[in-house]
Design a protein around this ligand. Sequence first.
Ligand code: 9D3
Length: 237
Amino acid sequence: MFFDILTLFPSMFQGAFSDSIINRAVEKGVISISIHNIRDYSDDDRHKTVDDYPFGGDAGMLIKPQPLSKAICDAKKRLEGMEPVVVYLSPQGELLNQSVVESLLNEKSLILLCGRYKGIDQRITQKYVDREISIGDYVLSGGEIPAMVLVDAVTRLIPGVLGNRDSAEGDSFYNGLLSHPQYTRPRDFEGMGVPEILLSGHHAKILEWKKEQALKLTKQKRPDLLEKYCKKTGKEL
Ligand code: 9D3
């Protein structure tokens, strides 16, 4: 998959994708990430201005439409033939969750538009944006971190990206439940042991324990997830 990221802060992405999983996906050629500075598309030769005051006298600034339109058109040209979907990361967007992530998995390419200041001119949204996505109901300074979140979440679902070591199957949310508590060595840590069942070697019983723990934990911490899970699987609460 091709990710074209349009941002006013390209340096924020330096290092963000150098972790093992994303970097491995890039090296395998499974994904390609290219980052472009919206400021480079400004027609203002003197100051390369990218922001302007909102009509109607609201506080704050907006990214003006001209550099955005030019940056998006350039990205579409780069991704010609790959049916790019334009995603605008915005607090007004649809909330990101695992099914939204899965819905992006089939795209050949994504243009990720990162907002700054109070956002972008509505006419850019109207003309160019296919999907508007938020990563949660809290206020961030811009769309850069949300874009990183999206690239990470999508990439780890692409076949061949995860090895056995960190397979997606055991992940929280994979089957709609939180995962069971986990333990590694030593067997005794600061006076605390490990549940006996995990040391028993009894695979069927261990599996049963994990499922039971996952249900208990989900009920305790995320009753909303448990309700969804029960509806999906047709089980009673
Ligand atoms: C006027 C009220 N605010 C909207 C809730 C203004 C505003 C706040 C923060 C406009 C833009 C921003 C910057 N945030 C993002 O660009 C953003 C974001 C976020 O703040 N939270 C969760 N997901 C996202 S995706 C992009």
